[in-house]
Design a protein around this ligand. Sequence first.
Ligand code: ADP
Length: 396
Amino acid sequence: MKILIANLGSTSFKYRLFDMTDEQVLARGGVERIGSPQSKCFVEADGSREEMTIAAKDHAVAVKLCLQQLTDKRRLASPKELAAIGFKAVHAKGITGVHRVDEKVLAAMEAFNDIVPAHNPPYVKAMRLLAKELPDIPLVAAFETGFHETIPPSEKHYAIPLEWAEKHGIKRWGFHGASHRYISERATKWLGNPEAKIISCHLGGSSSLCAIKAGKSQATSMGMTPQSGLPQNNRVGDFDPFALPALIRATGKTLDELLAILANQSGLEGLSGKSNDLRDVEQAALNGDVKARLALDVYIASVRHYLGAYLVLLGGADAIVFTGGIGENSSTMRAAICKDLTWFGIDLAADKNKSAKGETRIDGPTSRVQVWIMPTNEELIVARQSRDCLAFSLAS
Ligand code: ADP
């Protein structure tokens, strides 16, 4: 069974093609600058990369081009061989878990366009087009919120009138579900303990922590929307809603304008005034830039805040795992996050932390808690979920 896992942007489509008999990636590729007469279509397989420039007017044309390219390269016998296209979908009103994409799912995603503005509008638009233009290929949406269904009520609820949660779904849904699920499964396997207590730190363009026990999410730092929790590259993270009326009065901006700034010009970018890329912020801080240093310190403090909370929640941890672009690559951020935690049984090995590459342990001999770096594999999780969803819909 071959499944294509799609990653959509407003003008891009990227994919990985999985053969689910052995879960191998047969090819990866995509199309950039969709809508331009000079779209770039590329495919990578067997260590080689091919590119062509061609007009792809929309996402459906882009997907058709990619399927043809995969057929030409003999990764698919024909486009019909594709069992499904799976999507790492973010959030939909009243829906979580894994679903075949139909009008009900699309309408539920559309209902949250305004609270997940970077993801839902391009996904809904592309999914509608694909459903129309490629009606024979099942589309599957695996929602990021699904992994967090096991969070108990004490960690799920905001202290607001209960009716808002019950009637309108205003609660901590949590995101990065595919990544935290992958880390949970992988770390549990390495620890050899199905009951293991794991704190998964997905630190990247967007970041969240997740407390996991026996493979189940117990709490996570993002809440009703992916704008909350830790500061993100350009999104605010946790913020007091009562600051908004003060800001409306002080700046003369509308609520929508302020929300757009909180969603697009805040986080590392807003505080540093430099960049939304951690590498640039780290470099500026090294050069003595005070705002860049502050942005790093706020980010580190927020990660440590949730780390502490989850150590208490779980009653200690068997492993802390770093993943995501920052978690996997920034030894200085890992060192700052784990600084002076000996009392909690957490000791990094400075040399291992500095030289670490790929999946590896970085704790020292005195550490009671294992500390790992694990490159995440969200696409593999979505491919497995898509396969299981198809099997379920065939059986029922
Ligand atoms: P996304 O959440 O968009 O998938 P990633 O997980 O790829 O993003 O993470 C992107 C972040 O990772 C950026 O802030 C980038 O600066 C950071 N990053 C990538 N490589 C490094 C590195 N070598 N050192 C420090 N930060 C890095």
